[in-house]
Design a protein around this ligand. Structure first.
Ligand code: AKG
Length: 265
């Protein structure tokens, strides 16, 4: 699935940019057959042609407003109007992609020891344009972990043009850490106080390109263009030492992805 030219990518240069700005472009990494295969599988899942028990689905808001996207409903039958699908590590095609050798090199360069997955997720803006996603950070009490993860790799499965659902970031904003202890959506007064609109940078991409997105960098995406879907797959990697602190339900157990190589002797 990985493009030949992506295998030898200079990971050190990419990670230096990531460290400073909270995002970095990997360029085209997923080959055309891989793009087709993951698009097809995303639709198989949304349309119920392939089923895994425990897969998470969130329907999108018909209004196109993030605030209206229903929570807790899960699978509602075959539809291309789902906003989010999680636990995609259950699917062999998505698993193969998130375990590719380039992503492994990047993860090992930032995370020592055994590496697990916090989430493997599809973000989808459907045929009607889907909904917007406001500035947010991925962590805090909402994620409920003993340490904050800081590596997400986001792969575009469709073109995501400027003004058509691309990611937008406030470069460097990750360095100030979480805005609220809760994490998630950044309160509008904090967005205004930071003059985020003056600093935001759009990251348009073509299908098959990938981006590193730091969990704490302020990021958002607008609606897609009606008639042009926008599917993207994101994997969040973290140290296997990270544990879930939730008490009301049994703590989450995170799937292993990359084990520390055993030293020969
Ligand atoms: O793909 C999107 O629109 C949002 C992605 C995002 O928020 C994330 O990867 O954390």
């Amino acid at each position: 699935m990985i493009r030949a030219e992506a295998e030898g990518l200079d990971v050190a240069a990419v990670l230096a940019h990531y460290e400073e700005h909270g995002f970095a472009r990997l360029g085209p990494v997923l080959d055309d057959a891989g793009v087709e295969s993951l698009r097809e599988r995303a639709d198989d899942l949304m349309l119920g042609r392939v089923v895994y028990p425990g897969l998470f689905f969130q329907p999108d808001a018909p209004s196109g407003r993030y605030e209206d996207a229903p929570l807790g409903l899960g699978w509602q039958g075959p539809s291309l109007d789902y906003r989010k699908l999680e636990k995609l590590e259950k699917d062999p095609r998505f698993l193969a992609w998130l375990e590719n050798p380039l992503f492994e090199r990047i993860a090992r360069a930032r995370i020592s020891g055994d590496i697990v997955l916090y989430r493997a997720i599809l973000f989808h803006k459907g045929p009607a344009g889907g909904s917007n996603l406001p500035f947010h950070q991925d962590g805090g009490k909402l994620w409920g972990l003993t340490r904050e993860p800081d590596l997400q790799i986001w792969t575009a499965l469709d073109d995501a043009p400027e003004g058509g659902g691309c990611l937008e970031v406030v470069p460097g904003s990750h360095r100030a850490g979480l805005v609220t202890a809760l994490g998630g959506v950044i309160p509008p007064d904090r967005v205004a106080a930071a003059d985020a609109e003056a600093h935001v940078v759009s990251l348009p991409v073509r299908a098959g390109e990938a981006l590193l997105i730091h969990n704490h960098v302020w990021h958002r995406s607008g609606r897609g263009r009606p008639g042009q879907r926008r599917r993207a797959f994101s994997a969040c990697y973290m140290s296997a030492d990270t544990t879930c602190v939730r008490k009301k339900k049994a703590p989450r157990v995170f799937p292993p992805v990359f084990r520390q190589p055993v030293r020969g002797g």
